[in-house]
Design a protein around this ligand. Structure first.
Ligand code: UD1
Length: 370
């Protein structure tokens, strides 16, 4: 008989792609999702999910909804979470409640009804600043951003005050939690890896880098940077780049992320492990803004650089994916240029409400961009 997989938060961007990939592999899929308005809009519907998916509309903090959702399930993917780093720095109760109490409620249900494996979406944000190398070649694994005066470098400095270069960050780097969001993600990860073995289950945590692709919540101003930039360009507005735009991330296509989840659910070697998930290629925020404007046929839109930093943001973190490649056979397949072209084609058919200025005011009013 086919196994049933529960995806919490499964109506979201990653969940929908994952549901499709798992259906193709013959699983039965159940989704628990509260369809929050910030992500799903006022009409919050599930029409973008494949019709074979069983949908339970409910909050992951609601014990009775979660108890029905876990009934008869073989494995769980836990994606339900609030995801904005900037927003987490003021909506503290909401982030801690959804992300951590939600995970606690899920596990109390799983204690009564254990499954084979639970895979949780953790985040690269648990690392804080990634790994760096000094100009002398020494590795630094505890870099921090200090408060910066105008004209000073944006990059973290070594003990002699010299800017350092980011290098790929492996899973062995110790966490350095720099935002409420990061704290909540680490808690989700640890709850999973602490409780699963205690109840005869297996746990896996995937530390995701910046997922992008068609289906991102374009009208959510707290979503990932590529979707925010796409919504701005779609409305003829310039993307607003924080800092100097040279901060680096790893943008990983959502279908590659879905492939990583499939491996994490199925591969025997993944039990009780933590894996980075990225494309293995790092890019600056400035480069992706320009490339996206070109892909969307608007090379005339010149991104604006604000010179301000968002509280809770890290400067650079780039992914070392050798572990998931070696142990699970993960291979990112999506080319970035093709991924941007696909995103642009999808965005062209969408309506996107530009709420970026509104979101920026929320941060500014609290002194969280400076
Ligand atoms: C993002 C995800 C987080 C995920 C993490 C994994 C969101 C909201 N956050 O966090 O859930 O765990 O990736 O890597 O999806 N920026 C601008 N202009 C903007 C918005 C952002 O310049 O309008 C900059 C930010 O200052 C930052 C970079 O873009 O330097 C990335 O920001 P963001 O997309 O929010 O991602 P992360 O903080 O990396």
């Amino acid at each position: 008989m086919k196994e049933t997989i529960l995806i919490t938060g499964g109506a979201g961007f990653i969940g929908r792609h994952l549901a499709k990939a798992l259906l193709e592999r013959g699983y039965r899929i159940r989704v628990l999702d509260s369809l929050i308005e910030q992500v799903h809009g006022p009409s919050g519907n599930t029409s973008t999910l494949p019709k074979e998916v069983e949908v339970i509309i409910g909050d992951v903090r609601d014990a009775s909804a979660v108890a029905s959702a876990v009934k008869g399930v073989d494995r769980v993917v836990h994606l339900a979470a609030e995801v904005g780093v900037g927003q987490s720095m003021y909506a503290v109760e909401r982030y801690v409640s959804v992300n951590d109490c939600g995970t606690a409620v899920l596990f109390e249900a799983l204690i009564n009804q254990p499954v084979k494996r639970v895979v949780v979406a953790s985040s690269m944000s648990v690392y804080g600043e990634g790994l760096y190398r000094t100009v002398d070649g020494a590795l630094v694994d505890d870099a921090v951003r200090r408060s910066r005066r105008p004209g000073e470098p944006w990059d973290p400095l070594d003990a002699q005050g010299r800017p350092m270069r980011p290098v790929p960050t492996p899973e062995t780097k110790l966490p350095a939690l720099a935002s409420v969001y990061a704290l909540t993600k680490y808690m989700q990860e640890r709850l999973t890896l602490t409780l699963t073995p205690a109840y005869g289950m297996e746990g896996v945590a995937l530390r995701l880098w910046n997922a992008y692709g068609p289906g991102q919540a374009l009208s959510n101003p707290y979503t990932g940077v590529l979707a925010i930039f796409a919504a701005r360009i779609h409305n003829g507005q310039p993307p607003m780049i924080f800092e100097d735009g040279e901060q680096r991330r790893d943008f990983v296509h959502v279908e590659d992320v879905a492939r990583a989840f499939v491996l994490a659910l199925e591969h025997p070697a993944a039990a009780d492990q933590v894996y980075n998930v990225g494309s293995g290629v790092d890019r600056s925020v400035r480069d992706v803004a320009h490339l996206l404007a070109q892909a969307m046929g608007r090379p005339d839109i010149i991104p604006e650089t604000t010179g301000q930093a968002r509280s809770g943001d890290i400067r650079h973190c780039i992914a070392d994916i050798t572990r998931i490649e070696r142990e699970l056979g993960f291979q990112p397949q999506q080319d970035f240029a093709a991924g941007l072209a696909e995103l642009a084609a999808w965005v062209a058919k969408q309506q996107a409400v530009d709420r970026v200025a509104e979101a920026r005011r929320e941060l500014e009013a609290r002194g969280l961009v400076a």
